[in-house]
Ligand binder design. Structure first.
Ligand SMILES: [Zn+2]
Length: 253
């Protein structure tokens, strides 16, 4: 189906897809596997028309699968042409301030306002409802996952947890890498026979069973807004604070 035939209802379903991306943030963080799993689950909630539209917006090499290109923004941010996207993966809050404030926190290292993960989500939502010819659905899908990662919304001095040295089993690493990659990779290997699809199905079953009563709250944005990344960032920074307090307590004991 063409864009012109897509109604507001279908656009809302695409927005809901992005809301549904928060479903698994409690358990997983976002390396390649994490981004794939989040998008795969979210794709299952699209209407038929919204699915067709997302497919039309995707590049050919995605073969019609949004999940297959959801980690793309992480792959490209290292290339000169895409450097400008680097700040769009996170938002820093003043160290030990323990809260998030869009006006105070959403700017990049050059001081450009709205250049942060929540600003990117607002921006790509606006684009979807205005000039979505050429719209790239994997960008917003990616940032929606990132904003739920407590190391992507945290204290400026922590540099996303990359300076916080920890051990993951026998491996020396940093906290960011643990959350982005190691937790999920270990879970896939240990609990799901090294099969990501099995893990995705297990999460889908949890959504329809154990977590079903929570779904309405996941779908809810205050003040009838189409998207509410500030809400998600506030949740993430609370998780970040919890992690930091635990680490400080461990260091002290
Ligand atoms: Zn990212």
């Amino acid at each position: 189906m063409g864009f012109r035939r897509m109604g507001c209802h279908d656009l809302l379903w695409i927005v809901r897809l992005f809301f549904l991306m928060q479903l698994v943030h409690v358990v997983f963080s976002w390396g390649k596997h994490g981004h794939y799993a989040v998008c795969k689950i979210a794709e299952g909630y699209l209407t038929k028309d919204a699915t067709a539209t997302v497919k039309e917006l995707l590049p050919d090499y995605a073969n019609g699968e949004l999940a297959s290109v959801c980690s793309w923004p992480d792959d490209i941010k290292w290339y000169y042409r895409w450097y400008w996207t680097s700040p769009l993966h996170y938002v820093d809050t003043p160290s030990f301030k323990c809260n998030y404030n869009y006006g105070r926190d959403c700017y990049d290292s050059s001081g450009r306002r709205n250049n942060c993960v929540t600003g990117a989500i607002f921006n790509y939502t606006k684009q979807l409802f205005s000039a979505y010819q050429g719209y790239n659905p994997n960008l917003k899908s990616h940032y929606m996952a990132d904003v739920h990662q407590p190391l992507h919304v945290g204290f400026t001095g922590d540099l996303g947890g990359s300076i916080l040295k920890v051990r993951w089993y026998r491996k020396k690493t940093n906290l960011h890498h643990v959350w982005d990659t190691l937790i999920i990779d270990t879970a896939v290997k240990t609990f799901y026979g090294s099969d990501l699809s099995t893990m995705v199905r297990a999460i889908q079953r949890n959504i329809t069973d154990a977590w079903s009563s929570d779904i309405s709250s996941w779908n809810y944005c205050r003040h009838h807004k189409r998207v509410c990344p500030n809400q998600y960032a506030a949740e993430s920074v609370r998780l970040h604070v919890t992690l930091r307090i635990r680490m400080l307590n461990q260091e002290a004991s």
